[in-house]
Design a protein around this ligand. Structure first.
Ligand code: PLZ
Length: 453
């Protein structure tokens, strides 16, 4: 990695925060912004670069969240900023459905080339992850002439009506927002840390899901199986080896479209371009967003040409889908990922973090609150359990998790939680974070875990 940062890569908290400027903005927000939108931190952003976020009162936070896995190349990568500036000076929008432009085509070519599989591919662009997921399901339904869609326990696929239905967790995502779309079925996931039988293999866990599909839906009724190769909001759950390949194989045997939702796990985050590549799985459709465009809103469905081209002309689209500024940003972000070898950097980060956390777990002993350390690349997590329950009941400790995140924030490290039981801390630093800053952030996290052990 050879990066010149614009902002000093240092953590700096000036006593108590939120400071006066953040408080003033919070007061304005209270009377202007809908209460339903929650923010993880109480400070307002002035600037962000590399691994730091500066607030309006002069504090500098270490960013372990990347705006939920988005700013993989940083929040103001020079190449992305340059490409965006260049594009806005020419045109900000024409609508690809009205008057098309090269950027859209170039992003489609890039995605077809980068996604797994040597088959002929096509891509369609949208704005958000949810929109991509929703369209992947539409495509699968048209291509198969079937209706049913299978999602998994702990899944997160978005907040629109169809994707809420696919998402597992009720509070806060679905509560009160129904009725949900029909023909959505939920299959059991492979969740190694919480399996009743810890010996169950990935293949066996897949057979458990397949049996449910066969008995409760009928394989020939299923248009698509959708899965996050590493579940994000659900708790950074990495299925046991062999689970994904068997599910993909079952889909293939039964004419079911296998959709990998790589909105969170894609674009170098896990140490490969896409997380399915760790197990050599080739999805029929792949949904991407977040990291794809260095923070600009862009998402995509990429996959087998015969599936995407099964949709009638005019059947896919949207006013802003594949916005030219977002496309320019995507091409630049992908270039940065390539030239800075951010896949390699993600693997380095995995090594550094797992080494530190592994040592801490050893030191704190088997009955500590650290239940599980897992993840790949720069998508890593710690699942916390009530002290002493780790070897037996594995009782989730959401309280301790919250306190650890709060401790980190107070010390100037932004850390996100997740998980069905709210007991997982996830680490999603920008992959361009430097070693020193990463180590400093981990020092804080370690202290936070010790203080709550
Ligand atoms: N699929 C796998 O992770 C977005 C959303 C957090 P959008 N995850 C973060 C929140 O509270 O809203 C996500 C994802 C996976 C789809 C989505 C949806 O992407 O861009 O938020 O629509």
């Amino acid at each position: 990695m050879d990066i010149t940062y614009r902002l000093e890569q240092k953590r700096k908290v000036l006593g108590d925060f939120p400071g006066p400027k953040s408080l003033e903005l919070a007061a304005r927000r209270a009377t202007s912004v809908a209460k339903g939108v929650a923010s993880s931190v109480p400070v307002y952003v002035a600037d962000a670069d590399g691994g730091v976020i500066h607030d309006v009162d002069g504090n500098s936070f270490i960013d372990f969240g990347s705006g939920i896995a988005v700013t993989t190349v940083g929040a103001s990568d020079a190449a992305v900023v340059g490409a965006v500036k260049e594009q806005v000076e020419h045109f900000t929008h024409t609508c690809f459905m009205v008057s098309p432009y090269e950027g859209y085509v170039a992003v489609a070519e890039k995605l077809n080339q980068l996604t797994p599989g040597e088959h002929e591919k096509r891509t369609v662009l949208f704005n958000s992850g949810a929109e991509a997921v929703e369209n992947a399901v539409k495509i699968a339904r048209v291509a198969t002439g079937r209706n049913a869609v299978v999602a998994f326990d702990h899944a997160y696929h978005g907040r629109t009506n169809l994707t809420m239905g696919l998402t597992a967790k009720a509070m806060p995502y679905k509560h009160g927002f129904g009725p949900f779309a029909g023909e959505i079925y939920r299959a059991p996931m492979s969740y190694p840390f919480r399996e009743e039988n810890p010996q169950i293999t990935g293949k066996e866990a897949a057979e458990r899901a397949i049996l449910m599909i066969q008995k409760q839906i009928g394989a020939d009724q299923v248009a698509a199986i959708i899965i996050e190769p590493i579940q994000g909001e659900g708790g950074f759950i990495v299925p046991a080896d062999g689970f994904l390949p068997r599910i993909a194989e079952f889909a293939k045997e039964n004419g079911i479209v296998f959709i990998a939702d790589e909105v969170q796990s894609g674009f170098c985050r896990t140490g490969e371009w896409f997380a399915v590549q760790h197990e050599g799985v080739v999805p029929d459709l792949i949904t991407t967003a977040k990291g794809i465009a260095g923070g600009m809103p862009l998402s995509a469905v990429t996959g087998r040409a015969e599936l995407l081209d099964a949709v009638h002309g005019g059947g896919l689209g949207g006013t802003y889908g594949g916005n030219p500024v977002a496309c320019a940003a995507a091409l630049a972000a992908i270039e940065t990922m390539d030239t800075q070898d951010l896949r390699g950097r993600a693997r380095e980060i995995e090594g550094i973090v797992k080494d530190r956390l592994g040592k801490l777990r050893e030191e704190l002993g088997a009955d500590s609150i650290i239940g599980d350390i897992r993840g790949r690349g720069g998508m890593l997590a710690i699942e916390f359990v009530k002290k002493g329950s780790g070897a037996t009941t594995k009782q989730p400790d959401g309280e301790a998790t919250k306190k650890i995140a709060e401790y980190c924030l107070k010390e100037g490290v932004i850390i996100l939680t997740c998980g069905t039981y709210g007991n997982v801390i996830r680490l999603l630093p920008p992959l361009v974070i430097g070693d020193e800053l990463l180590a400093d952030g981990l020092d804080v996290l370690e202290a936070a875990i010790r203080a709550n052990s």
